[in-house]
Design a protein around this ligand. Structure first.
Ligand code: AMP
Length: 450
């Protein structure tokens, strides 16, 4: 499979070669021909699958081939709606790099930045507008953004836009875009609201799904360390100190918590940068660049700020706090285990978060190894589903009793047999549905405590 065979124009092929893209990803191989043929497309894909190029390349080609707009400042012909400013910047950067041999320009519009420069850019003429819904509404109200020439509309990370409460804004925007248009919707999940949006605003959409709903890489190991909330920071520092060579993305619950955590890590001699919604766009981009270039080893982020960030494949993601909703766990750890590489997701789980952990376990349908770390055992036990009652003990979580809790930072490298044995000996919480792992069968699950 090559990009040529998908029917892309030479100007785009040259740009792809410059970008070092040799072969299309699955969502690109399936999606590009459909978009080129003018279909509406409903894409099930999350960040890291190459979805931006899957819609960006054929979008550019259709604009380049389409009727040339009348003279004078150009009105946008394509609108890409995204949930966050980071994603807006990232999508615009990608589209610019794909369009470097085409005469099309790209402008971003997002909140948290001055209106003035955005208005100037819009006045100068735009072909492709990448916008967050709230700020676009501001521009529509001021009359600075005109949407009556839109030919292609993309809703990127539609599920996230809904999560962030953008549905009313999206509907207002959709009402102002010509009904004669091509609509592309990308979403990691397809809950009923997304289906409703598609029914209402798309025409006979073709579905492209690159992974099962909520699927996550089978190469990721999930591990949860039970620990009291008050000791999480110390445990984290312990783990990070022992695993000093790996780049790691750490998720925290609140903006304030992330800042404080980054400061505490710094104080402990672990330089870290934080990224969250309260920071200015420039500060967030600076932190992200430091992390991407490898200058910063540790990035602390909130869910919203990290959403859609183009973070390279990481060996390790740590949840200092579990996310508020189980689905966000999937988004968080989408940053590890990409492209068949191994990845590890560690969660520090306080007894108060046990219920959330069980919800995550049910959603994942994958193994989570629950493992107390010596010296950090929680005051109340935590259990996963499938644990025999009373299996986990205060202060140890260890039914077998003849092995001591693990030292922090010790990595159980992924032989499936190890993992199975491990789960049996420790807590037995293997749920037996790990993708392709073929171990942890329910029938053999309880023998360690029988
Ligand atoms: P996305 O899912 O659109 O955020 O893309 C994830 C990352 O994959 C980005 O860094 C892209 O530049 C990169 N990428 C997308 N398509 C390809 C491809 N066909 N070959 C290599 N890298 C790609």
């Amino acid at each position: 499979m090559s990009f040529e065979s998908l029917g892309l124009a030479p100007a785009l092929l040259r740009a792809l070669a410059d970008n070092g893209y040799a072969t299309p990803t699955p969502i690109q191989a399936e999606g590009i021909p459909l978009v080129l043929a003018g279909h509406d497309v409903l894409g099930g894909a999350q960040t890291g699958t190459g979805k931006t190029a899957a819609f960006g390349l054929p979008l550019l080609q259709r604009l380049a081939e389409g009727n040339k707009p009348a003279a004078g400042p150009r009105k946008p012909r394509a609108l890409i709606l995204v949930p966050t400013r980071e994603l807006a910047v990232q999508v615009a950067d990608s589209i610019r790099s794909y369009s470097k041999y085409l005469r099309l320009n790209v402008t971003t519009i997002f909140g948290g930045a001055g209106m003035g420069p955005q208005v100037d850019n819009l006045r100068r003429g735009v072909d492709i507008l990448v916008a967050t819904p709230g700020r676009l509404i501001d521009h529509m109200q001021q009359g600075t953004a005109k949407l009556d020439a839109i030919e292609i509309l993309v809703l990127d990370e539609a599920d996230r836009m809904l999560d962030m409460g953008f549905l009313p804004a999206m509907k207002r925007i959709l009402a102002r875009v010509p009904s004669e248009r091509q609509t592309l919707l990308f979403s990691a999940t397809f809950e009923s609201q997304i289906k409703q949006l598609a029914l209402e605003f798309m025409r006979d959409p073709k579905q492209v799904q690159v992974a099962a709903q909520n699927a996550i890489a089978a190469t990721i190991q999930h591990r949860a360390h039970p620990v009291d909330g008050s000791r999480k920071r110390d445990l984290l520092i312990d783990i990070l100190t022992r695993r000093h060579s790996e780049q790691v993305l750490i998720f925290g619950k609140t903006k304030h918590g992330c800042n404080r955590l980054a400061e505490q890590l710094e104080t402990a001699g672990l330089p870290a940068v934080a990224i969250h919604g309260n920071k200015s766009q420039a500060a967030r981009q600076k932190a992200l660049n430091a992390f991407k270039s490898g200058k910063a080893r540790i990035l602390v982020a909130t869910d919203v700020a990290a959403r859609g960030l183009d973070i390279p494949n990481l060996p390790l993601v740590i949840n200092h706090d579990l996310p508020m909703v189980a689905e966000d766990y999937v988004h968080r750890i989408g940053r590890t285990g990409r492209n068949g590489m191994t990845g590890e997701a560690l969660s520090l789980v306080s007894p108060d978060e046990a219920q959330l952990l069980r919800q995550i376990q049910r959603l994942l349908k994958a193994d989570i190894t629950l493992e107390a770390i010596e010296g950090y055992e929680p005051s109340r036990p935590i259990r996963l589903d499938g644990n025999a009652p009373g299996a986990a003990r205060p202060g140890g979580q260890r039914p077998g009793g003849n092995r001591t809790p693990r030292k922090p930072g010790h990595r159980a490298h992924g032989k499936p047999a190890d993992r199975g044995a491990h789960a049996h000996a420790h807590t037995g919480q293997k749920q037996g549905q790990g993708r392709g792992q073929g171990q942890g069968k329910p029938s053999g699950r309880r023998d360690s405590r029988a």
